[in-house]
Design a protein around this ligand. Structure first.
Ligand code: FE2
Ligand code: FE2
Length: 183
């Protein structure tokens, strides 16, 4: 993705259409994150990790609110797949939580690793062209990395089949990104 040919020179402004796609997919991702944590909290809301999950969920709400504002300001429509992400995100959160607290944390690690790469690629593409948006994306990226670290500290990697489990969730997350960029 990041080695796709570029037809712009450094310093050229990112075309509005490209910025629109970036905002759309990021809004979709943060919406999905909110739904994942909602699903986790409905299952684990009284469990050992409820406090950590709630704090991460609050960060995702802030991220989502920021992208909602940006969509409005730049007149970008949200993804058509939002109803699907509402269900899929919630189901992923609830299903992993039903497997236990560590599996829920393993889900967080997988999703956040994908988002970390995704935001890093976007920040590279936007650098110099959209300084404010780049700053926002990098700040959110730092939050996502912190979420991954919290999840690891809570024992995510002790989940049975952690690698396979994480790989499946990453594939799903990448597919969701691909689709939300296009639809
Ligand atoms: Fe987020
Ligand atoms: Fe996060």
């Amino acid at each position: 993705m990041s080695n796709a040919p570029r037809h712009r020179l450094p310093g050229d402004r990112a075309p509005a259409a490209e910025v629109g796609r970036i905002l759309r997919v990021d809004h979709a991702g943060e919406f999905g994150a909110v739904r994942i944590y909602r699903g986790q909290l409905d299952v684990l809301g009284r469990g050992r990790d409820a406090g950590e999950i709630r704090r991460m969920a609050e960060a995702e709400q802030r991220h989502l609110a920021a992208f909602e504002k940006l969509l409005r300001e730049r007149r970008v429509r949200p993804t058509l797949l939002q109803p699907l992400w509402s269900i899929a995100g919630y189901a992923l959160g609830a299903a992993t939580a039903l497997l236990g607290e560590r599996a829920a944390m393993a889900c967080t690690v997988a999703v956040e690793e994908v988002i970390d790469e995704h935001y890093r690629d976007q920040a590279e593409r936007l650098a110099g062209e959209e300084p404010e948006l780049t700053k926002t994306i990098l700040a959110f990226r730092a939050d996502e990395i912190a979420h991954r670290d919290i999840a690891i500290a809570q024992g995510a990697e002790e989940t049975a089949g952690f690698d396979l489990f994480g790989a499946a969730i990453k594939t799903g997350s990448r597919l969701a990104i691909w689709l939300s960029t296009r639809l």
